[in-house]
Design a protein around this ligand. Structure first.
Ligand SMILES: C[S@@+](CC[C@H](N)C(=O)[O-])C[C@H]1O[C@@H](n2cnc3c(N)ncnc32)[C@H](O)[C@@H]1O
Length: 444
């Protein structure tokens, strides 16, 4: 085992089943780079460390996260000196993963360029009668001159996601980054805007579902952004010794393993794919995706959803045929048939309810496709950890996601080493404990 990796691993607390849902939290000691931008339900860095240790991953080997989201696996590997590859289709998450693993930045130049940008933005605020500080005078500013989203873009974000003054300020800050920002730092600056837009400028709240919270009519956009930039600069300084560790993030669909990943090149997989849980993951990233220009029309959203694993009825489309991949798996057919029987018993007839059985088959079909394609890139003896959760979102029919995926993997030639309990969650509807598990596989 890489001697450099072990000391880093050994002082950390191991992960155990955690019934109260705190297992996803980011520890203060782990904050660097991970908190530059993060999904609320991203898995925690200590989980990645635990499986790197268990799988005895060493420097010179390569770890893959085929559903890398905001890059927890990649950041953690890089901190430990291990090469990694991430695959992600959501452009916002892909962007975040790329920036979070880019540490070859000169901290002083980074800070001074950020100050230049803040001065330019501040001047632009004054031109329309605004100050960065939250103050009553801002409410009297010349709103006709405010920057706003295009009508098409406004249809993509949740209504009232952000109030007019913070929106004007954030669009002005982004435009100052475009005009004064050094190209070597601009992506980091933009990611900081994305993070602050959600957490400090918007009216959005996560609980963990996204929704509207108390309205923020104004926000000190530049000041909060600069604070974030200062913290990023400190992180960069601390992480720079590891800047050369390879980390590659591909924007691709993991149901068709991207060609850029070479045959038999992957030593370990640590990942958390979507679950069939009726959650539209794209909802949580809409505001920042629009602000940063990744989505500007509803059609973009459709195109995004079509390349994601089907995990909710909002991303099922007429031509979907992932379910054909699941045809030979009785466990998938049984659970889907159970859902459909329950629907008929309950007399439920809405368009979405009619899709519950289908989305379940399409979900597992997509995962079959992924696990089949993945085999090409795995080295012999590769070890895999898939973090997945049980679900009961469809008429309370229990979907044992981990067990079904383990069965599928076994049929496809993987060895199932075991299913670990990561944590349990109480399902509000059924009062049943839902297991979140880590399916451990080995490619023989
Ligand atoms: C549960 S999240 C992963 C969170 C991640 N572990 C983190 O730390 O942020 C699942 C991710 O899979 C992505 N995804 C879903 N279907 C995909 C596909 N077909 N190809 C690539 N990524 C996909 C989603 O966009 C989402 O970011």
């Amino acid at each position: 085992v890489n001697p450099e990796v072990l000391p880093l691993l050994s002082h950390r607390a191991d992960l155990g089943p955690n019934p109260n849902g705190t297992a996803n939290r980011l520890n203060g000691a782990d904050r660097a780079a991970h908190d530059w931008y993060r999904f609320v339900l991203a898995f925690p860095p200590q989980l990645v460390r635990q499986y790197l240790k268990r799988f005895q991953v060493v420097t010179g080997q390569t770890v893959l996260d085929p559903f890398c989201g905001t890059g927890t696996t990649l950041v953690e590997c890089k901190k430990l000196g291990i090469s990694s590859i991430g695959v992600e289709w959501n452009p916002m998450a892909h962007f975040a993963s790329r920036v979070k693993t880019a540490w070859d930045v000169d901290g002083d130049a980074f800070r001074s360029n950020a100050l230049e940008i803040s001065r330019a933005a501040s001047k632009a605020f004054k031109r329309v009668g605004l100050s960065d500080a939250v103050c009553a005078d801002n409410q009297l500013a010349g709103r006709a001159e405010f920057r706003a989203l295009t009508a098409d873009a406004a249809k993509v974000v949740l209504r009232d996601s952000i109030s007019p003054i913070p929106l004007h300020k954030v669009l002005t800050l982004l435009s100052s980054i475009d005009s004064v920002g050094n190209f070597r730092f601009a992506q980091h600056f933009r990611l900081a805007v994305a993070n602050e837009a959600v957490h400090s400028y918007s009216n959005l709240r996560f609980g963990p579902e996204i929704g509207l919270g108390p309205r923020r009519d104004d926000a000190a956009v530049i000041a909060t952004w600069l604070n974030r930039i200062r913290r990023m600069a400190e992180d960069i300084q601390a992480l720079r010794p590891r800047a050369g560790v390879r980390s590659h993030v591909l924007r691709s669909d993991s149901r068709d393993m991207p060609e850029q990943i070479q045959d038999e090149s992957i030593d370990a997989v640590i990942t958390s794919p979507p679950y069939p849980n009726e959650k539209d993951y794209t909802r949580t990233t809409r505001l920042e995706s629009v602000l940063l220009g990744f989505l500007s029309r509803r059609e973009d959203l459709k195109e995004l959803k079509q390349s994601l694993i089907r995990s909710n009825t909002r991303n099922v489309y007429t031509g979907d045929d992932d379910e054909t991949w699941a045809q030979r798996f009785p466990a998938v057919q049984e659970v889907a048939a159970h859902i459909e029987r329950r629907r008929l018993e309950l007399g439920k007839t809405s368009g979405f309810e009619r899709l519950y059985a289908r989305v379940t088959r399409n979900y597992f079909g997509g995962m079959v496709r992924h696990l089949e394609q993945l085999r090409r890139v795995l080295r012999r003896g590769a070890r895999l950890a898939y973090v997945v959760g049980d679900q009961a979102s469809y008429f309370r029919v229990m979907i044992r996601t981990g067990s079904i995926l383990a069965e599928i993997a076994e049929t496809l030639g993987y060895e199932v080493e075991g299913i670990d309990l990561f944590r349990t969650r109480l399902a509000t509807a059924t009062r049943e404990q839902l297991r979140e598990e880590v399916v451990c596989l080995r490619w023989p």
